[in-house]
Design a protein around this ligand. Structure first.
Ligand SMILES: Nc1ncnc2c1ncn2[C@@H]1O[C@H](COP(=O)(O)OP(=O)(O)OP(=O)(O)O)[C@@H](O)[C@H]1O
Ligand SMILES: [Mg+2]
Length: 175
């Protein structure tokens, strides 16, 4: 692994640019909303970009045609949280627990080959000292949140990450 100070905003932009043709195919929009001066992360940039590509590509793939995929990044004292939300098929609650296992596929997913993207994404985020989670409702859509520690502030334990993640949920949850 090649950890360096990484500007997450640039990675998000590059990942979304790469997937623009994909979005066009189903007439979907990708909306990016990132804080102006996000602090740097201590991460492997190439691998982290792979995580964002997978989350946004999933959001387009399992999102409804014509719908918007929202990508946001928010910082607090310890972390940057990247959130990818779609309006799409979503998944049942019991499936959310298994989602990050290799080759898992939801009931309503009709793809021929089950994938590895989320299992790999989880590994990458955790190797960077972070944490990834999903919130979803069947037929409504999904929100994936990757919480990553700021440069020079390796999180000592998972609890801190979870607290940060809850805070992000509260900040971004619609009323
Ligand atoms: N945004 C989403 N909405 C609904 N279901 C999802 C979403 N993201 C992932 N899933 C479900 O989780 C499964 C696993 O996702 P994952 O990214 O690991 O695999 P994949 O996208 O099918 O293949 P790969 O990422 O390897 O190309 C998907 O096949 C799908 O059933
Ligand atoms: Mg995928």
């Amino acid at each position: 692994m090649d950890k360096k100070p990484v500007a997450i905003g640039g990675l998000i932009q590059e990942a979304c640019d790469l997937l623009a043709p994909e979005a066009l195919r189903k007439n979907q929009a990708i909306e990016i909303d990132i804080g102006k001066e996000l602090p740097k992360l201590d991460a492997d940039g190439d691998r982290l970009k792979q995580v964002i590509i997978n989350l946004v590509s999933n959001a387009l793939k399992f999102g409804y045609p014509e719908a918007t995929v929202n990508v946001t990044a928010l910082a607090d004292e310890f972390t940057v949280s990247v959130q990818v939300s779609d309006k799409g098929m979503g998944m049942a609650e019991e499936e959310q627990a298994k989602l990050f296992e290799p080759y898992f596929r939801t009931e309503q997913d009709r793809q021929r080959f089950p994938g590895l993207g989320l299992a790999v994404s989880k590994q990458i985020v955790e190797a960077d000292g972070g944490h990834i989670a999903v919130e979803s409702a069947l037929g409504m859509g999904s929100t994936f949140t990757a919480v990553l520690p700021l440069q020079g502030r390796m999180l000592k334990n998972r609890k801190t990450v979870e607290r940060a993640s809850q805070k992000t949920d509260q900040q971004t949850r619609p009323n």
